[in-house]
Design a protein around this ligand. Structure first.
Ligand code: OAD
Length: 229
C-alpha cells in the first residue's frame, strides 16, 4: 500500500497559471466586494451580476494551463496515495492529471439547480446565463459555495485529513473557515509542510516545515525529495 499523502491547496497554487488569488495586493477581493458577487444575498439581488462575475472567472480558467506545482503533485502519485483537498474552483489539478481531488468551495466548470442542490451539470462553453434552467425548470446557479453557505464536503475532507501520513499546505492564506481548520484534524506526529511565499499563520502545529517559496519552485523540489525517500 502506498503511503497516504494529503495536500491542501488554495489560490496560490494556481497563481503561476495566471489566475488571480483573492487576498494578495492585486487579488480579486481588491477589485470586487465579496458581498456583491459571492453571497446568497448577491444572488437574490442581482443574478446577472453574479453570473457575469463567474463567467469571467470561468473564461480565465479555460484559458489557463496547469503549472509546475500542479504537475509536481501528479508525479507524487507514483509513490504515494495522493489526495488533494482544494479550496480552488478551477480544474487545473484534474487537467494536470491528479486523480483524487476534492473541491471544498465548488467547481467553476459546473452549474447546479438553484432549488435542488443535487442537480449538478457540466457547463457547456464558458457562460451561464439568465434563463438557463435545470431539468425541473429552476434557474441554474454557479456550483460554488458562497460566503454564508455550508461547506458540504467538509466531513469528507476531515476523514481524509485524519488518515494522512504526510500533509502539505500549498498557497492558501488559511483565513477562510471551516476549510482552514482542516489542519487541526491531522495527526500531531506526522510530517507537515507549508509552501507559500508569504508568512502564513498556523498556530500550534507540530512537526511543520515551512518552505517560503512560490509553489512552482518549492513544490517540485519537495516532491523530488519525497520521491527519493
Ligand atoms: P488567498 O487569496 O486568501 O491566499 C492566497 C495565498 O497564496 C496567499 O497566502 C499568498 O501568499 C499565496 N501565494 C501567492 N502566490 C503564490 C505562489 N506563486 N505560490 C504559492 N503561494 C502563493 O486564497 P485562499 O487561501 O485560497 O473562497 O482563499 C480561500 C478562499 O477565500 C477561496 O477558496 C475563496 C476565497 O474567498 C470562496 O470563494 C468561497
Amino acid at each position: 500500500m502506498k503511503p497516504k499523502l494529503v495536500v491542501f491547496t488554495g489560490a496560490g497554487i494556481s497563481a503561476e497559471s495566471g489566475i488571480k488569488t483573492f487576498r494578495d495586493s492585486d487579488g480579486l477581493w481588491e477589485e470586487y466586494n465579496i458581498i456583491d458577487v459571492a453571497t446568497p444575498q448577491a444572488w437574490e439581488k442581482d443574478k446577472a451580476l453574479v453570473l457575469d462575475f463567474y463567467n469571467k472567472r470561468r473564461k480565465q480558467v479555460i484559458e489557463a494551463k496547469p503549472n509546475k506545482a500542479h504537475q509536481a503533485l501528479v508525479a507524487l502519485q507514483k509513490k504515494y496515495d495522493v489526495h488533494i483537498i482544494t479550496q480552488n474552483i478551477d480544474d487545473l489539478h484534474e487537467r494536470a492529471g491528479s486523480k483524487k481531488v476534492l473541491h471544498l468551495h465548488g467547481e467553476i466548470m459546473k452549474s447546479r439547480s438553484s432549488t435542488d442542490p443535487s442537480l449538478i451539470y457540466k457547463i457547456k462553453g464558458s457562460e451561464l446565463k439568465i434563463g438557463d434552467r435545470c431539468e425541473r425548470g429552476s434557474q441554474l446557479r454557479p456550483h460554488i459555495v458562497w460566503f454564508g453557505e455550508m461547506v458540504p464536503e467538509m466531513e469528507k475532507a476531515y476523514t481524509i485529513a485524519e488518515k494522512a501520513e504526510i500533509f502539505m499546505v500549498v498557497g492558501t492564506s488559511m483565513v477562510v473557515y471551516p476549510a482552514a481548520g482542516l489542519i487541526n484534524y491531522v495527526q500531531r506526529n506526522i510530517p507537515k509542510y507549508l509552501i507559500d511565499p508569504s508568512d502564513v499563520t498556523v498556530g500550534g502545529i507540530t512537526n511543520l516545515t515551512v518552505i517560503k517559496e512560490k509553489a512552482g519552485i518549492g513544490l517540485p523540489k519537495l516532491v523530488e525529495e519525497l520521491l527519493a525517500l
